[in-house]
Design a protein around this ligand. Structure first.
Ligand SMILES: Cc1cc2nc3c(=O)[nH]c(=O)nc-3n(C[C@H](O)[C@H](O)[C@H](O)COP(=O)(O)OP(=O)(O)OC[C@H]3O[C@@H](n4cnc5c(N)ncnc54)[C@H](O)[C@@H]3O)c2cc1C
Length: 455
C-alpha cells in the first residue's frame, strides 16, 4: 500500500479504530482531537480506590469488532465476565433474576404468572423476527421499521402490558437512553438481538482501549477542526490549536469521527446530502451519578432495569462492583444511576450535591444496608450522549447512508448508523478505513492497467 496520508478528526473510538486500521495497512495517519485526552465519550475517572466509567458502561460478547481490536492490541487478558444477574426494579424492591437458574427465575415476583405467560408467548412470536437483525447495524434492517409505530406499542402487541412495562421498556432504556415510547419499534429487536449475549467488561476501566490505541497513533490534542474541504485528489483540514492559532493539514483522505452535527459544521456537503435528517435528530441527554459505599449491597445484579411507568426520571442503574472486580475496593459497592433523556433539562439545573442526594435517596431506599456508608460521588453531565432512535430514525438514517457518495476523499465514521454504542463506533471507524483502503487499491489497479485514476 503506498504511503498515502489520512487526517482523522476525533480521537473517540471510531476515529481511533479508523486510524489504527489505516496505520496497520501502511498509511500515514494524523489524528486531530479537540480535547486533551483520547476516548471521546469513553471516559474513566479514578477516585480513591474506585474506577468509575462515567460514559459508556456495558458491553457484551457480541461486540465482535471491538473484541478484534482488543486482540490486535494484545489486551485479551483485560476481559472479565460481568455478573449475568439482572436486577428488575418494581416498587421499592429489586428482584434478582439469574438466567443460569431458569427454574428459580420462573418463580420471580418481578412479574405475575399472566405477565410471564405473555413474555413466553411474545418471545416465541419474536424469535423469527430476530433473524438477521444486527443490533450494531440496525440501519441495514430499516425496511423492517414501521415509522408510525413506537417500541412500546410494538412490544404490547407481542408481550402484553405487564412485560412491556417491567421488562421491555427497561431493556429499551438500558440500550437507548430513554423509554420505549420514545424509541423506534426496531429498538425492541435491537435490544433483544445483542443484549441477551453474556455481558463482559475491561479490567482497569473502559478507557484502556482508546488509551492503548492513542499510544500507537500520532495525535494532536487541543486541535479543534473548523473546516474540511475535499477535492478530487485530497482533503484540506483547518484546525485551531489551544492558543487559538489556525493551522492547515493536507491529506490524501480524511475520516470524520465526530458526531453528525459536528460533521455538518466542518464538512459543508454533509448537511445537504439528506436535508431532512439533521433537523429531525433528537439528542440523548444523560447525567450519570456514581456513588461509592464502604459496605456491600445485597443484590448480585450488574444491570438494574427500571420501568419508566414507576420511575420516569431514573433511567437505569448499574452495580459496578458486580461488573468487574476492580471497580470498587473489596467489601465496597459502586452504584451508578442515570437520569432519563426526558428529565435531563430539569436535573441539569441542579447542583451536583442535589443530584447526589437524589441518587443516594434511591440507592439507600433500595439497599438500606448502605445507609451511613457513602464515601464518594461522581456526577457527569452528558448534554449530547448520542442520538435518540425515534420512530422513523432508521429509515432516515438509511437515506443518509445511501446519499453518501462512494468515491469521496472524506469518509464518515462515528456511531450514527448503529444504535450508538462502542461496538458501532468501532465498526463504522473500521468501515471508513476499509473504504479508503479499497479506494486506493482501486486507483492502483487503474494505474497499473494504464488508465488515469478516476475518482
Ligand atoms: C453516558 C453514556 C452512556 C453510554 N453507554 C454506553 C454503553 O453502556 N455501551 C456502549 O456500547 N455504548 C454506550 N455509549 C455510547 C458510546 O460511548 C458511543 O457510541 C461511542 O463511544 C462513540 O464513539 P465515537 O468515536 O463515534 O464518538 P465520540 O466518542 O464522541 O468521539 C468523537 C471525538 O471527536 C472529538 N471532536 C468533536 N468535534 C471535534 C472537532 N471539531 N475537532 C476535533 N475533534 C473533535 C470529540 O472531542 C471526541 O473525542 C454511551 C455514551 C454515553 C455518553
Amino acid at each position: 500500500m503506498p504511503s498515502k496520508r489520512v487526517i482523522v478528526v476525533g480521537a473517540g473510538l471510531s476515529g481511533l479504530a479508523a486510524a489504527f486500521t489505516l496505520q496497520q495497512a501502511g498509511f500515514k495517519v494524523l489524528v486531530l482531537e479537540r480535547l486533551n485526552r483520547p476516548g471521546g465519550r469513553v471516559q474513566t475517572v479514578r477516585k480513591q480506590a474506585y474506577v468509575i466509567d462515567t460514559g459508556p458502561d456495558a458491553m457484551t460478547l457480541g461486540y465482535r469488532e471491538y473484541l478484534s481490536l482488543i486482540d490486535a492490541l494484545d489486551l485479551r487478558d483485560r476481559i472479565v465476565l460481568s455478573s449475568p444477574v439482572m436486577g428488575v426494579m418494581r416498587g421499592d424492591s429489586i428482584h434478582d433474576i439469574d438466567p443460569r437458574r431458569p427454574f428459580t427465575a420462573a418463580f420471580t415476583q418481578a412479574l405475575s404468572w399472566r405477565g410471564k405467560l405473555g413474555l413466553v408467548a411474545g418471545a416465541m412470536k419474536l424469535r423469527p423476527r430476530l433473524q438477521g437483525i444486527d443490533s450494531f447495524e440496525l440501519v441495514e434492517s430499516a425496511d423492517r421499521e414501521d415509522p408510525t409505530s413506537n417500541a412500546w406499542d410494538y412490544s404490547q402487541s407481542l408481550f402484553g402490558a405487564e412485560s412491556t412495562a417491567y421488562l421491555i421498556d427497561p431493556a429499551i432504556r438500558l440500550t437507548t437512553g430513554s423509554g420505549a415510547r420514545e424509541s423506534s419499534m426496531l429498538g425492541v429487536l435491537g435490544a433483544l438481538a445483542n443484549w441477551t449475549a453474556p455481558m463482559i467488561n475491561l479490567k482497569g476501566g473502559l478507557d484502556v482501549l482508546p488509551r492503548a490505541i492513542a499510544e500507537r497513533v500520532p495525535i494532536i490534542y487541543g486541535a479543534e477542526v473548523t473546516r474540511v474541504v475535499d477535492t478530487a485528489t485530497g482533503a484540506t483540514i483547518e484546525y485551531r490549536d489551544a492558543q487559538n492559532l489556525t493551522h492547515t493539514e493536507e491529506g490524501d483522505y480524511c475520516v470524520i469521527g465526530a458526531m453528525y452535527d459536528v460533521g455538518c459544521r466542518i464538512w459543508e456537503p454533509l448537511a445537504n446530502l439528506a436535508p431532512d435528517f439533521g433537523p429531525r435528530l433528537k439528542s440523548v441527554k444523560l447525567i450519570s451519578v456514581s456513588l461509592g459505599y464502604n459496605a456491600l449491597c445485597r443484590s448480585k445484579a450488574y444491570a438494574i432495569a427500571i420501568p419508566s411507568r414507576e420511575y420516569p426520571d431514573l433511567l437505569l442503574g448499574f452495580l459496578q462492583h458486580n461488573k468487574a472486580p476492580d471497580r470498587a475496593p473489596p467489601g465496597c459497592s459502586l452504584i451508578t444511576f442515570y437520569t432519563d433523556t426526558l428529565a435531563f433539562d430539569v436535573y441539569a439545573e441542579k447542583t451536583d450535591a442535589e443530584i447526589e442526594a437524589w441518587a443516594a435517596g434511591h440507592a439507600e431506599t433500595l439497599f438500606p444496608e448502605l445507609k451511613g456508608h457513602r464515601e464518594i460521588c461522581e456526577v457527569t453531565r452528558w448534554p449530547k450522549a448520542g442520538y435518540l432512535a425515534t420512530p422513523g430514525f432508521w429509515q432516515r438514517s438509511r437515506g443518509l447512508l445511501r446519499a453518501l457518495p462512494d468515491q469521496t476523499r472524506v469518509q464518515l465514521a462515528g456511531d450514527l448508523f448503529g444504535a450508538g454504542s462502542m461496538e458501532s463506533a468501532v465498526r463504522w471507524g473500521k468501515r471508513a478505513a476499509d473504504r479508503i483502503i479499497a479506494n486506493v487499491a482501486q486507483q492502483d489497479a487503474i494505474i497499473l492497467g494504464g488508465d488515469a485514476p478516476d475518482l
